[in-house]
Design a protein around this ligand. Sequence first.
Ligand SMILES: NC(=[NH2+])NCCC[C@H](N)C(=O)O
Length: 298
Amino acid sequence: MLSLPALAAPSYLGGRRPERPWRPGDIRLTPLWRRLRQRHGLTLDWRGCLTPPDNASGPPALADYLSRLRDGVYNELSSGRPLFVLGGDHANAMAVWDAAMAAVGERRFGLLWIDAHLDCHTFMTTPSGNVHGMPLAALLGLADPSLASLMPGRCRLRPEALCLFGVRSYERAEQEAMERLNVRVIQAARVRRDGIDGALDGALAYLDRHCEHYGISIDLDAIHPRQAPAVATPVVGGLNGSALCQALCRRVDPDRCRILEIAEFYPSLDRAGRTQRLLADLVGAWWWSRGSRRRGWA
Ligand SMILES: NC(=[NH2+])NCCC[C@H](N)C(=O)O
């Protein structure tokens, strides 16, 4: 049994609906732990669990949370080991990827962002006011003052080192922002047309040209809502979960990709452990990609 360094970040402060924070070892998450162990030979080596204080809400609480998360991720990555971060809503990404860029070097780092949404709003353009729809704007340096005040660090993601994958729901303003920066966006329709292997090959070949190391951020709503119901903002027509796992396992380069974030996990919305099992398979696919044993890391 191999143990994978992991951080729990069950914050829903930037999300659309509240959710009771879970903890490592939580009995409600048994399908996840069990599948990881039995199918993938993995246990999670919990390096920490960052929970927001009870009844926390509003921007100051979120800013405080993100800064703790950023420090937690940064400390883990400084050890040189790989890391899996399980969230919580996608506002967490502002902390996770800031820390990754600080640890790895901003100019060497890229990001594969697998998501139904573009998550590139600011407080000036958001239709909902939810910060989980804004992390990429913050990371790309497009934040308005209110969004900037939530940011836990100063790193900037280079637009050419970002590739979005599986997108199918967005508003005009964020689409324009992405187009202005010339960010590579591979829409879900394109994935359907080219096949997931071909489309993922394209995404990773693109990142290979623009960065030395990359992270992967998976918003569970990228996947078809029938397969991953435990999300707050489901969108029809998602990626096929098991095909995505297989493609990741075949294509991700374990030497260049050391950090995986899985976000928008709302355990209370799951049905019969479906999302949890898929989540375990995504983690397994990443960890064992290209038959890697990730030697020298763990
Ligand atoms: N991380 C997410 N689930 N993002 C969904 C964002 C939905 C919509 N674009 C909004 O800003 O409200």
